[in-house]
Write a protein that binds this ligand. Structure first.
Ligand SMILES: NC(=O)c1ccc[n+]([C@@H]2O[C@H](COP(=O)([O-])OP(=O)(O)OC[C@H]3O[C@@H](n4cnc5c(N)ncnc54)[C@H](OP(=O)(O)O)[C@@H]3O)[C@@H](O)[C@H]2O)c1
Length: 332
């Protein structure tokens, strides 16, 4: 019988300052049992939600000690008895909740999502949070037709860039709000129809930007005054979907906005969607997203990569504003 092996993991024993609470430790990895696979991890990003978890400020916190890391990509190294639809060498997205900041893990084969051959490692590692979040938000709240406008803040974030790419793919138009001018040209080059700065009074004359129509969907990852500006852009009957709170500030919706403009305020959490949707529906969504990632239509920008032994440096970089994209762990 195969012996357990050891691997390194990034682990937390307490919540607190993100770069201070992470430790790199050795862990035993047992051989896969029946219906399980042993996965050797290739890469895993550090998302804002991971940082919030390290801080102890997230909607759902793990029991401690815990290995964080909500998503990543790995390669199947060994299959347990009875595993038929995965083979050694296949790239997979491990199941949610396993903790991806580690060199190896064992998971149920049926909970892994197989990924196509030939994907870029870093893009494959980021396929399960930002792209499906953008996809579902553009599909599930407002019945958008080609030519319709969507307004969003944090438009240069991973999700924001996916929104721009998926919207363009569907023939939708995007009004993108960012907090720094240096990303304007980059977002335009990737298909953003309009890019405005948070401190510009863009919300006072939306028609001048869109050529007439107001957006019926707004996507809010910031909160505070930024969310208020999105609300002011929306068409009567429009919907603001909040999926992040980067400013850590709440926002208010005026009575007149609710009564006379009939604005709707909703929330979205991709983890809940993945948990509650039938497994085949989740797989179907990844089957639509994966080719777009493979052909470059959908791409999350990368700032930097770090080896596991530099976990604290990686977390420090991921916590900084003004990055050029995501920070990832590369395990091999
Ligand atoms: N609900 C869900 O299912 C779901 C799924 C994915 C992500 N999210 C959330 O969505 C948000 C974005 O995630 P991501 O992975 O796309 O992020 P990301 O790629 O790491 O980018 C973070 C973005 O937030 C901006 N930002 C940081 N601090 C800010 C502040 N105080 N005010 C305004 N903007 C600020 C950054 O702007 P600069 O580039 O100018 O620094 C950057 O555009 C996060 O809150 C995350 O937790 C939610």
């Amino acid at each position: 019988m195969a012996k357990p092996r050891t691997c390194r993991v990034v682990c937390i024993h307490e919540f607190g300052d993100p770069a201070s609470v992470v430790r790199v430790e050795a862990r035993e990895v047992r051989p896969p049992g029946a219906g399980e696979v042993l996965i050797e991890m290739l890469a895993a990003p550090i998302n804002p939600a991971d940082i919030n978890i390290l801080e102890g400020r997230y909607g759902k916190l793990p029991d401690l000690p815990a290995v964080p890391g909500n998503e990543g990509v790995g390669v199947v190294a060994e299959c347990g008895a009875g595993v038929e639809d995965l083979a050694s060498g296949r790239w997979v997205k491990p199941p949610a909740g396993v903790g991806c900041w580690r060199e190896a893990l064992v998971a149920k084969a049926e909970d892994c999502i197989p990924l196509p051959e030939g994907m870029d490692t870093e893009q494959a590692a980021m396929i399960s949070v930002n792209p499906p979040t953008a996809w579902r938000m553009l599909e599930d709240f407002v019945d958008l037709k080609p030519g319709d406008w969507v307004v969003q803040n944090a438009a240069n974030s991973g999700v924001g860039r996916c929104v721009i790419s998926i919207a363009r793919h569907r023939g939708l138009k995007t009004l993108n709000v960012v907090r720094r001018a240096d990303v304007r040209d980059e977002l335009k080059a990737m298909g953003a129809d309009a890019v405005v700065l948070e401190d510009e009074p863009f919300f006072k004359d939306v028609a001048a930007i869109t050529g007439g129509p107001r957006p019926r969907l707004g996507l809010n990852a910031v909160g505070g005054e930024s969310a208020g500006r999105l609300l002011r852009c929306l068409a009567s009957g429009g919907t603001l979907v909040t999926y992040g709170g980067m400013s850590k500030q709440g926002f208010t919706v005026g009575a007149a906005q609710m009564i006379f403009a009939d604005l709707r305020v909703r929330g979205f959490w991709v983890s809940r969607w993945v948990k509650e949707a039938p497994r085949q529906v989740v797989r179907d969504l990844f089957a639509k997203i994966a080719p777009l990632v493979c052909d470059g239509t959908l791409r999350v920008a990368v700032d930097s990569t770090f080896p596991i032994e530099r976990a604290a440096d990686a977390i420090r970089r991921a916590s900084e504003g003004g990055r050029g994209g995501k920070v990832l762990f590369r395990f091999r």
